[in-house]
Design a protein around this ligand. Structure first.
Ligand code: ADE
Length: 234
């Protein structure tokens, strides 16, 4: 998969060289490009923002540098990426969207700052490529970079060959084996720690009982923390 990230704070993406995503890059499973939006400005101050039409607080990202960087990265006659625009006004990002994005050959992230990117940028991009405006959650970050990092990590670990043990995907929170519910609690050695015992069923060696216990726990935790995720009627 090719992943391009456009930002005015490219240093945010240094951690992508670490851990599983870093390995996916060094092994060639992911081809990562990071691009400074200011390279597509033409004034002495490398200006990327301006005041909002209609008034109001803050600044808005100008459309021209975005148009130019997309033209440079996406030639008119070739394949097109899925353009991901992280924004608190986007569709809530979730595991099923990560799975859809993991099927793409090419993702291009447009990381806005300030009050966001002039709305014509996404409108124009939609005439050329698929566009996903995605929100990480109901809170406001200082820009799209941290959201892009999270989305890249969630997507890259779903690319075949990236995870050492792909079976772990099905059992984790939001995975298929738990009907999209939250994961059950996990334990490792020692069996007693600071007076706290591991639930005896996990030491029993009875796989049927263990599976039943884990499903019950997943259901209980999901009901407590995320009742909106419970699927009724089965
Ligand atoms: N940019 C600023 N806040 C954001 C959020 N919650 N999700 C995605 N992008 C953002």
């Amino acid at each position: 998969m090719r992943i391009d990230l456009v930002s005015i704070f490219c240093d945010y993406f240094a951690p992508l060289q670490l851990s599983l995503v870093g390995k996916a890059i060094s092994s060639g499973l992911v081809d990562l490009g990071v691009h400074d939006l200011r390279d597509w400005t033409h004034d002495r101050h490398r200006t990327v923002d301006d005041t909002p039409y209609g008034g109001g607080a803050g600044m808005v990202m100008k459309p021209e540098p975005w148009g130019e960087v997309f033209d440079a990265l996406v030639p008119a006659d070739g394949p097109t990426p899925v353009l991901v625009i992280p924004t608190p006004a986007g569709e809530p990002f979730r595991q099923s969207i990560a799975a859809e994005l993991a099927e793409a050959d090419w993702l291009l992230f447009a990381c806005g700052r300030y009050e966001g990117i002039d709305a014509r940028v996404s409108e124009h991009a939609r005439t050329k490529m698929q566009v996903r405006e995605l929100s990480l959650g109901d809170y406001v970050l200082n820009g799209g970079e941290v959201a892009a990092l999270a989305i890249v990590e969630a997507v890259v670990r779903l690319i075949p060959g990236v995870l050492g043990n792909p079976e772990s995907l099905a059992e984790e929170s939001h995975g298929s084996q738990l009907n999209g519910e939250l994961e059950y609690p996990v334990f490792t050695k020692p069996s007693t720690w600071r007076g706290l015992e591991v639930p005896p069923v996990l030491l029993s060696g009875n796989h049927g009982e263990v599976d039943r216990w884990r499903l019950e726990q997943a259901r209980r935790i999901t009901a407590e923390r995320r009742p909106d995720l419970l699927q009724f009627g089965e």
